[in-house]
Write a protein that binds this ligand. Structure first.
Ligand code: ATP
Ligand code: MG
Length: 384
């Protein structure tokens, strides 16, 4: 008897000519996600089997990691046994006992037509055996608590139920984006959503050290770490905004400081994107949440750059974003109360309807190019 993990990929099967490319990338990503777990990967007509080599604890660990790999729609633990009806019956029974459901259903496929028993007959025999040998369980063909699948191929493959994967497309099939990663709730979710579409991410974080603390930096590194669990790794650029913010505070009207700061963030991000071949910036903004996220602010912010800016949260409300943050595992980190560079210098009355001419006028009092050059050049870069 051997235990395997069956990985199903849905969407990528639809992608015509790109299909083999997608599968190759998915297999590569699976290998990365399972680093440190001895395993082999078996490709088999539209499905992938993974065999952790050293035992059941490794299977559990592997399943947890695979649930985060984009492109995987669902996973099942599969037991592979000899094609022998008695063995199949006993194995199925044991799988049911382990999970003690109230109801079950057996489904079967006979790919190997030389197997002497037909599919309906396999279901009937195995189902009957389970009923006879367990208590308080019934068959429910419409909505069973547990589905037992039996496939007869080179061996008999038996699997009980399935777990949901992350879905989406394999990371690395959709180009690269640069995520503006704050310590807040929204931007990690935004990064996750874009990554789910196959996009590889690097991230940039702006801090105002020493006005913001080392702990605030560490929080962002930890958030990048959670994202890395989904996409196999994130390069994080840490940029100081301290000089830029003091320059803005010294030379520009207080109510403009938020929007001016944001334009600097975008321009710096665009420069870094150019260096690392990212083709879009990604932010966690959504419309109307706060003063800086009005249509007018977005217009003025985007006018500072040429790259496309993706805002995957634009159609979501705070409750949906928070739910997603919880489910992907970033929420608990995001709510740690460390100061952010933006809140630190937040004016009392930030302008909610900035006008581009006025903002450009204020920027004419600043050494924009020098400030950007310095910020980009003095950044720290870490592999998370
Ligand atoms: P978040 O929850 O992501 O912090 P927010 O609701 O606080 O978002 P803003 O402060 O207006 O909204 O920031 C909007 C977006 O700008 C963020 O989602 C993020 O993409 C980017 N951003 C803001 N502050 C930073 C920062 N310190 N470093 C990097 N990006 C930032
Ligand atoms: Mg924030």
């Amino acid at each position: 008897m051997e235990e395997l993990i069956l990985v199903r990929y849905g969407e990528i099967a639809l992608k015509g000519g790109n299909r083999s490319l997608f599968i190759r990338q998915l297999i590569k990503n699976i290998g990365k996600a399972l680093k440190g777990i001895d395993h082999s990967i078996i490709k088999d007509r539209g499905r992938i089997f993974i065999k952790p080599v050293s035992g059941p604890e490794d299977t559990d660990r592997a399943v947890e990691r695979l649930k985060r790999v984009f492109g995987i729609v669902s996973l099942s633990r599969v037991v592979m046994v000899e094609k022998d009806l008695d063995t199949i019956k006993r194995t199925a029974l044991e799988m049911v006992r382990k999970r003690s459901p109230g109801s079950f259903k057996v489904e079967s496929r006979r790919a190997d037509k030389s197997f002497p028993v037909g599919s309906p007959e396999i279901c009937r025999l195995v189902g009957g055996f389970i009923l006879k040998n367990s208590e308080g369980i019934k068959v429910d063909v419409h909505r069973p608590d547990l589905m037992i699948n039996i496939e007869i191929r080179d061996k008999a493959y038996i699997f009980a139920g399935m777990e949901k994967g992350s879905g989406g497309l394999p990371t690395g099939t959709g180009g690269k984006g640069l995520l503006l990663l704050s310590g807040g709730i929204d931007s990690p979710v935004a990064g996750w959503m874009v990554a789910k579409r196959g996009v590889e991410l690097e991230a940039v974080h702006f801090h105002s050290f020493p006005f913001t603390s080392e702990r605030a930096k560490q929080k962002v590194i930890d958030l990048a770490g959670v994202l890395a669990g989904y996409i196999g790794g994130v390069r994080l650029h840490m940029v100081s905004l301290t000089d830029i913010q003091s320059s803005i505070n010294m030379h520009c009207p207080a109510e403009q400081s938020t929007i001016l700061t944001r334009r600097f963030m975008m321009r710096i991000a665009e420069r870094i994107a150019g260096e690392v071949n990212a083709l879009a910036l990604v932010t966690g903004e959504s419309l109307g949440q706060v003063a800086s996220q009005t249509m007018e602010s977005i217009f003025v912010t985007d006018s500072s750059v040429n790259l496309p800016v993706l805002r995957p949260l634009v159609g979501m409300d705070k409750i949906e974003i928070t739910e997603r943050a919880r489910s992907i595992g970033t929420y608990e980190l995001s709510i740690l109360p460390y100061e952010d560079c933006c809140t630190l210098f937040l004016p009392q009355h930030p302008e909610t309807r900035p006008r581009l001419e006025r903002i450009l006028q204020s920027e004419s009092h600043l050494e924009v190019q020098r400030l950007i050059d310095e910020a980009v050049e003095t950044r720290e870069t870490l592999e998370v």
